[in-house]
Design a protein around this ligand. Structure first.
Ligand code: NIG
Ligand code: FE
Length: 441
């Protein structure tokens, strides 16, 4: 079945993110491809045409089954966010650890006591595949409602052959029931399970000889990720896992240099990883290595915010040093329990001194490249996926500036508006606020 052609006209600010077919670096990150009074035509799930409303070709307009005239209302339309680092496959939540941290315990102390990732692993062990699928599908509409159209979906709370397969199968199952696109990543090397704490060799063998072949045989993942940091996987262990994964066709990603300058960013560059994420403690040598290889730096400022870390990732040094930067939520029940990319933009701007335009580039086209999907996602250019978000703002800078609220009033995935542009109806009440006012207002 093909989707009807849809034209959206008189968009106050249309951010196309059009540009070179590679991750954006340096000053390029400030280029939004902004079209004032813009228009976009969608068909068959893709972008057919983009440009000023005054230049819409007549023949294309005639082919449209539906024309939505935004009439220059104070709205911003941009590519749906690509959240390139997320852990949606889990069971239960960890609010007790949240409170322990507020009372002074650190993330590493909680992990060393068997909490943290191992806490979630125990809950996953008790949950069925169907329960994990249902949990993913609980959060999927919320991603969409906040303007995110694609996420990465990592495993990593299974930490056993059956557990990791259960999570990856649940991600695949969930994908059949939500328009939210999920790119699966195998993260068996998220932490050493308790029974392998003193037997790293045993767990590495399990990953390499038991997990990877089955993940690859069922085509359950596109990427393989490792938590390469103090107290987790060493650089040598990470290299061994990722080199084995590459033999199974899985491209490397790394949780790198979050807790200590560990040489993980350098390893990501050496292995030609698609991205290295976190990087709160990246060294100057790591920045140079990533810039040389154009390895995408996936920054997750929500994690530094939520864990109250002393240091945010050095976004300015990375951008000014020529590293392409992406922004993502790190959505997970431990270190960062948010799925709202708009909030991530706000934290990135104020705490990491990224400009609003850089942050939007990082959350769209560079996020797409961080998932090796830059040729089909992340910008509004003919032929790319018709994935868009409509924000109830007069200017794109208001998305991070007015923080803590959801500006998104419509999300379009593969050409299909999730809410049918209901916000345009004269009686629409998207906030629950207007209806509470007296009728005379
Ligand atoms: O990306 N850094 C490693 N893993 C997650 C944390 C997962 C958890 O605490 O459950 C992260 O922050
Ligand atoms: Fe993570």
């Amino acid at each position: 079945m093909t989707d009807a052609n849809l034209a959206i006209l008189h968009i106050h600010q249309l951010l196309t993110m059009a540009g070179p077919a590679r991750p954006r670096v340096g000053a390029e990150m400030n280029g939004l491809g902004l079209i004032a009074d813009g228009a976009v035509i969608l068909g068959d799930g893709r972008i057919r045409w983009v440009g000023p409303s005054s230049a819409v070709p007549d023949d294309l307009r005639r082919q449209c089954d539906r024309i939505v005239d935004l009439a220059g209302r104070p709205l911003v339309v941009l590519p749906g966010f690509v959240d390139s680092h997320a852990h949606p496959a889990f069971a239960g939540t960890r609010e007790e650890e949240y409170e322990l941290r507020i009372r002074g315990a650190t993330y590493e102390e909680i992990a060393a006591r068997g909490g943290g990732i191992l806490n979630s692993a125990r809950r996953v062990a008790q949950a069925s595949r169907e329960q994990i699928t249902a949990n993913i599908l609980h959060y999927a509409p919320l991603f969409l409602a906040h303007g995110t159209t694609t996420i990465e979906a990592k495993s990593g709370y299974g930490l056993s052959v059956d557990g990791e397969l259960k999570l990856l199968r649940a991600i695949r199952d969930a994908g059949a029931h939500t328009p939210l696109e999920m790119v699966p990543t195998f993260l068996g090397a998220h932490a050493y399970p308790a029974e392998y704490r003193d037997d790293h060799r045993g767990y590495l063998n399990l990953i390499i000889h038991d997990m990877l072949p089955r993940v690859a045989a069922e085509k359950l993942a596109v990427f393989c990720d490792v938590f390469c940091d103090r107290g987790f996987f060493s650089v040598a262990e990470t290299a061994e896992i990722l080199e084995a994964a590459a033999r199974f066709g899985l491209r490397p990603k790394i949780h790198a240099d979050e807790l200590a300058p560990f040489g993980a960013a350098e390893l990501a560059a050496r292995l030609n990883a698609v991205g290295a994420d976190h990087l709160e403690k990246i060294s100057p040598a790591g920045i140079r290595a990533m810039a040389d290889q154009r390895t995408v730096a996936g920054l997750l400022p929500g994690t530094a915010f939520n864990l109250a870390l002393e240091h945010y990732p050095p976004a300015r040094a990375l951008i000014d040093g020529g590293v392409p930067v992406a922004l993502a939520t790190d959505f997970n029940p431990g270190s960062c329990f948010t799925l709202n990319m708009q909030l991530i933009l706000a934290i990135a701007c104020t705490q990491m001194k990224m400009s609003p335009a850089e942050a939007l580039t990082a959350a769209t086209i560079n996020g797409a490249h961080a998932l090796d999907q830059g040729d089909r996602l992340g910008s509004l250019e003919p032929g790319k996926a018709a994935d868009l978000a409509v924000m109830d703002c007069a200017d794109y800078r208001i998305i991070p500036y007015f923080f803590g609220v959801n500006h998104c009033v419509e999300t379009i995935k593969g050409g299909r508006p999730m809410n049918g542009f209901a916000f345009l109806a004269p009686t629409a009440d998207t906030t629950g606020f207007r209806s509470a006012r007296p009728a005379s207002e």
